[in-house]
Structures are given as structure tokens and as C-alpha cells.
Design a protein around this ligand. Structure first.
Ligand SMILES: Cc1cc2nc3c(=O)[nH]c(=O)nc-3n(C[C@H](O)[C@H](O)[C@H](O)COP(=O)(O)O)c2cc1C
Length: 314
């Protein structure tokens, strides 16, 4: 009869590295409970076995290393790390083919020489970095250096400004609601249509914008193309006025994003990606609702605004 220490190590390796999950029966009680320290969610032994098999299906070459196993009376702690290639989709998360490394620790209680309970603390930051996903904190931090790509460069600022001044756009107001449900928004001309199928759009927002925290945490946003009668609205939303919506009429889109009445056109979209680009975040969003009005859009070029009705066709 092996001691509990070598039994745990052997069953752990069999289950995680070879998918022999029933070996866990040797070291876990029938009423075993596994709890996530992060979410508080709990699984029983059968659920835990299913989880291991799902993870192994996504990472078929998974290998685990037990860094340290401490057993002290009925208390135990195990420190582990795992490496594997993300080969097949895991639930709704598409496979990336990336080699991923993650680590964690389980702290628990033994009963009659078997594990009766364990609480798992799992550090996802290494894994997310391997997958190219920066941590939310770093993504949110305006001062954080680029985590994934080196975006530095010393191209002449004036030359790029000159290039941008030759580019003609419309002007939008990007909107959302904050944690208290209050409408928030800012003027933005960085709108671009990404694709029609799927219906994706992008908008690029500076992290120092007062609207940014609400936008970053939102699931949805509104984009309103301003018309020539909305010159005042444009000035309001290009400012940092904390009460921008006091002076405009608006209504909520299907998911609650503020849509400004009288706009040339408005959409509501579900935020799908938040790409970090140093000082700015590029939001990619899937359109779920569109209103196209009769108002003539404002035209913006090189810091000046023009009447979209008096364009001359080439
Ligand atoms: C024509 C125009 C286009 C703008 N485009 C953007 C943009 O694409 N992204 C951005 O972050 N700010 C853009 N701004 C600047 C913001 O509107 C401005 O910084 C505003 O004060 C932000 O308000 P907030 O800090 O209350 O969010 C633009 C301003 C103007 C006038």
C-alpha cells in the first residue's frame, strides 16, 4: 500500500498527463469537493474528472509538474505547473495552436488518508500572456507599457499628422453607460467599418478619456454619426463636460446604449475585442442595431468641419 504522498503524485500524473481520471478514486473521497478560489464555484469528483478530460481534449500534449506537495496531518497543499499546446477549442474559446504555460496551487483537507476538499488558486496571467491576451489590469492602465507587441517607434510626429490631415472622415459620438447606468460619450472620428459579414466596426479611444473606464467595462456601445444640425452636440462631446447628455435628446438602443436623436445615423454594437495600442484601445464591436436618418452628415478634415450637403461629385 503506497503512502498518501506517492499515491497523490501518481494519481495526479495519471489523471492530468494521461487522462486516467479514475485513478483519482484512489486518493479522493467519494464526497470530494473542489472549489475555485476565484469564483467560489464547486465541483464534485465526477465533475472534476470531466473538467480534466475537457482540458486534455483541448491540450492533448498536456504535461503537469508537481513543484511541491506538503502534507501536514490532515492539511495538504500542492503547487503545480502545466504546459500544453492549445490544439482544440475549449468550450467557446477557439484554439490558438499556442504553447501555453500556467501554474497554480491547491490547498485542502484529508480525511482517512484521502483528499476530501481542495480550494484551487490558479494564476491565469502566464497563460493569458501566452495566448496574447494582456491582463485586464494592464489593459486598463493608461501608463502600462505594451505587454504583447513592441509598438514603440520614432517616426516623425509632424509627418504623420500631415498624413492624417489629408484624410477626410465624418464625426461620431461614441456612447455607453457607466456602472451607475449614467450615459457617457465622446466625440470620435476614428470610426471604421471592419466587415459587413460579420457586421464589425471599430473605434479607437484614448485611455485618458473620461468616458474610457465606462467604455472598457461595457458590453455594448453606441456610435452616432453627427449631422450638420448637431454642431453644438459635437462641441459638447469633444469636451470633458461631466453632464454632456443634459443638453441632448437621446434614447436607449435595444441593449441600453445611448443613441442621440437627430443623428445622421446611429448603431448599437456588442463589444467583442479590446486591443491595446499603448495610449489607445481599439474596440471591435458587432453591430446589433442600426437607425439611418435623413440628416446630412458633418464632414471633418484637418481640424475643420464642413457641410456634407455641398460636396461636389468628381
Ligand atoms: C473631430 C474629433 C475627433 C475625435 N476623435 C477621437 C477619437 O477617435 N478617439 C478619441 O479617443 N478621442 C477623439 N477625440 C477627442 C475627444 O472627443 C476629446 O478628448 C473629449 O474631450 C473626450 O471626452 P471625455 O474625456 O469626457 O471622454 C476627437 C475630437 C474631435 C473634435
Amino acid at each position: 500500500m503506497p503512502d498518501i504522498r506517492s499515491a497523490v503524485l501518481s494519481a495526479w500524473e495519471a489523471a492530468w498527463d494521461r487522462g486516467e481520471v479514475d485513478r483519482l478514486d484512489e486518493v479522493m473521497t467519494d464526497d470530494f469537493v473542489r472549489e475555485s478560489a476565484a469564483s467560489g464555484s464547486r465541483t464534485d469528483l465526477a465533475g472534476h474528472k470531466r473538467e480534466i478530460l475537457e482540458v486534455r481534449a483541448a491540450f492533448p500534449d498536456l504535461t503537469t509538474t508537481v513543484e511541491k506537495l506538503i502534507i501536514d496531518g490532515d492539511d495538504f497543499a500542492i503547487f503545480w505547473s502545466t504546459t500544453g499546446t492549445f490544439t482544440n477549442d475549449l468550450g467557446e474559446v477557439p484554439a490558438t495552436g499556442t504553447r501555453v504555460h500556467t501554474r497554480g496551487s491547491n490547498q485542502g483537507i484529508l480525511r482517512d488518508g484521502r483528499i476530501a476538499f481542495e480550494r484551487v488558486t490558479w494564476d491565469q496571467s502566464e497563460m493569458l500572456a501566452d495566448l496574447g491576451v494582456p491582463s485586464l489590469r494592464a489593459a486598463f492602465d493608461a501608463t502600462a507599457d505594451s505587454i504583447v507587441d513592441d509598438l514603440s517607434g520614432d517616426f516623425a510626429r509632424e509627418a504623420l499628422k500631415g498624413f492624417n490631415r489629408q484624410f477626410i472622415t465624418g464625426v461620431t459620438v461614441v456612447t455607453t453607460t457607466d456602472a451607475e447606468g449614467r450615459p457617457r460619450g465622446l466625440a470620435a472620428n476614428s470610426y471604421a467599418s471592419v466587415s459587413l459579414d460579420p457586421p464589425l466596426v471599430l473605434i479607437c479611444v484614448q485611455k485618458t478619456s473620461s468616458t474610457y473606464p465606462a467604455l472598457f467595462h461595457s458590453q455594448h456601445l453606441g456610435i452616432n454619426i453627427l449631422g450638420t444640425d448637431q454642431r453644438d452636440t459635437l462641441a459638447t462631446f469633444a469636451s470633458r463636460d461631466p453632464h454632456k447628455f443634459a443638453s441632448v435628446q437621446w434614447h436607449a438602443g435595444p441593449k441600453g446604449s445611448p443613441l442621440i436623436d437627430g443623428s445622421a445615423a446611429s448603431i448599437e454594437a456588442e463589444i467583442k475585442e479590446r486591443f491595446q495600442a499603448k495610449t489607445h484601445t481599439v474596440f471591435i464591436a458587432r453591430v446589433i442595431h442600426a437607425d439611418v436618418g435623413e440628416a446630412v452628415p458633418i464632414v471633418y478634415k484637418a481640424g475643420q468641419f464642413y457641410d456634407g450637403a455641398s460636396l461636389t461629385e468628381l
